[in-house]
Design a protein around this ligand. Structure first.
Ligand SMILES: *Cc1c(COP(=O)(O)O)cnc(C)c1O
Length: 392
């Protein structure tokens, strides 16, 4: 019932402002931040700005004391413009432009990531003396994460040891090791396995006289879409235990949540602009598609979707597609929607606060979803979803 109340509020907003909309609730972001800080011992949160860089979100997190993981000059400038101090930023992209490294160094950023010799050389040249950490790749099962980040990023343990040594030889200050188990990750044990690998690097480099003191456990904590997920507390407990088992006491644990910080704080609202039949297939087209915020549907992210006013109608399979003149613009070939779905119906797409508007383009001259903030909108929904997680 609570859920339908939220739907009525969303319908009203859609009536006033039009669609597509991304409606965010900052109270949820605050709650996510506080839960995470409380759950992982000796941790420092570096919010992954790329998940949602709306200034209201960045300002809230800055006020709560969060740090920030950035990927480019543009993200750094945005943070500086709202008063975030450079010492609260980590340049965590392993593929930086030299000019961006120089810019970051000049404004006072001290912490940089690398997973290759050349990146270390670029940092040594453009940010002499900076602190660096080396990223290793993790190897869970394909099915462990819906948005894998292993092949493009990170390197082997042996290579990481060489990179730490190399950084030191170029006058940099190696401080630690990072990894990312993959975004929307389902298997807490992957954090444990990765932390054990980090410990090997710590031991080897210690023998060379280099004392590393930071482990950066990346992001990867999941948000509830369609499948059941391990809770933040559960994953945090695995991290705490692994740090205790494999690393020394004085280690700083850096967390870089993106999805888990903002995903469940946003809800997208779009409209049906066409329903049509093509042979056996029935198609529903909406005004938000792959190029307008629903980009992650092209890999494995399965959002939960409702149609306002038809929540309890029987469902059937549709092809759900976006509005642009591009055949890639199809969200799901097997979306379950009310069989009564019709023109101008309003779709509610849950847990869309992360990696949606950031990917939004103006392709075909269509605007990405307008972002709005509604106080207290989602709290009841979140509580319900959490009860489901604990039951499941
Ligand atoms: C994208 C990214 C994150 C955030 O990952 P989530 O799975 O969204 O939490 C964290 N760290 C780095 C380096 C990233 O590239």
């Amino acid at each position: 019932m609570e859920k339908y109340k939220v739907h009525q509020r969303l319908k009203k907003l859609a009536g006033i402002y039009g669609t597509p909309l991304l409606v965010m609730d900052l109270e949820i972001v605050k709650r996510n931040y506080e839960l995470l800080v409380k759950s992982v011992k000796n941790s420092k949160v570096y919010y992954a700005v790329k998940a949602n860089s709306h200034k209201k979100i960045l300002t809230l997190l800055n006020n709560l004391g969060s740090n920030f993981d950035v990927a480019s000059r543009g993200e750094i400038e945005k943070l500086l413009s709202i008063g975030v101090l450079p010492e609260r930023m980590s340049f965590g992209n392993t593929i930086k432009k030299s000019s961006d490294i120089k810019f970051a160094h000049d404004v006072g950023i001290k912490l940089f990531a690398a997973d290759s010799e050349m990146e270390i050389e670029k940092i040594a040249q453009n940010a002499p003396g900076a602190q660096v950490y080396v990223r290793i790749s993790t190897n869970g099962m394909e099915s462990d994460a819906d948005w894998p980040l292993t092949r493009k990023f990170g390197t082997s343990v042996d290579h990481a040891i060489m990179l730490v040594k190399y950084a030191k030889s170029l006058g940099l200050n190696p401080v630690g090791v990072s990894f990312h188990v993959g975004s929307q990750s389902y298997n807490p044990n992957n954090w444990r396995v990765a932390i054990r690998e980090v410990s090997v690097i710590f031991e080897e480099t210690k023998r060379m006289g280099i004392n590393l003191s930071m482990v950066n456990t990346g992001g990867g904590m999941p948000v509830k879409y369609s499948k059941n997920i391990p809770s933040i507390e559960e994953i945090s407990e695995v991290i705490n235990q692994a740090v205790e088992d494999y690393l020394e006491d004085n280690i700083t644990v850096i967390l870089e949540p993106g999805r888990s910080m903002v995903g469940n704080a946003g809800i997208m609202v779009s409209s049906v602009i066409l329903r049509s039949r093509k042979g056996e297939e029935e198609w529903v087209y909406t005004d938000a598609g792959v190029f307008h915020g629903l980009t992650e549907t092209i890999q494995n992210i399965r959002y939960e979707i409702s149609v306002i006013g038809k929540e309890d109608d029987p469902l059937k399979e549709f092809v759900l597609a976006g509005p642009t003149c591009d055949s890639v613009d199809v969200m799901y070939y097997d979306a379950m929607l009310p069989e009564s779905v019709a023109l101008d119906d309003i779709l509610v797409i849950y847990n869309t606060g992360a990696y949606t508007t950031e990917y939004g383009t103006t392709f075909n001259g269509m605007a990405p979803p307008r972002v709005m903030f509604e106080k207290g909108l989602l709290m009841a929904d979140i509580k319900m979803a959490e009860e489901n997680i604990h039951e499941g």
